[in-house]
Design a protein around this ligand. Sequence first.
Ligand SMILES: [Zn+2]
Length: 238
Amino acid sequence: MKANNRAIKISGARQNNLKNISLEIPKGQIVVFTGVSGSGKSSLVFETIGAEAQRQINETQNSFTRNRLSHFGVADVDKIEHLNVPVIISQKRMGGNARSTVGTATDIYASLRLLFSRIGTPFVGYSSIFSFNHPQGMCPRCEGLGIVSSINTEALLDRNKSLNEGAILFPTFQPGGYRWIRYAHSGYFDRDKKLKDFSKKELALLLNAEEHRPPHPDKSWGKQCNTLVCSQGSKTIF
Ligand SMILES: [Zn+2]
């Protein structure tokens, strides 16, 4: 068959799970490889065509430079003809950081910030004020992430139970346990009172009190205290 230099011609590709594939890829147009996961799209595009093209380019360099270029192994293929110089854009996933977006990854975001800082009303002049990743620009409630994680206290409590009956549903707060004792024997609560009968003040102490040492705890409050922080008597998780 007459060689068609308007196409890349691959003969006998066997890289990874490719089964001795031969095909032509037309040049000068967009070609999409599609197929189910594991069908060999990456093996063909990246590990065969891309690797071979990169290897050929690397070979044009002297050995000093070649040793410093990344190595792409030799693709398992009989022959590839009419290969172009490739621009390989890797498939690597973007980092999972919530502060990375399409905008930050492409840098469009930086241009938009600049644009808004110059033509926005009121005029501020500082592009960082338009950054959701900058303390001056971020929304104070969600700190620029667009979502707020908070604790659903109702899921942690059974208000029909008393502390003695295990009203705090979080696993390490089982009655008699160390953390339960820190609350139940703090001297603040009637351990047999159901949470639904707690006063507002009692509930506030149970749920939202700042870290502190209760002034009149029961005797058992300090008994199981064997952590470093606790034995120093300086701070107690309450
Ligand atoms: Zn927000």
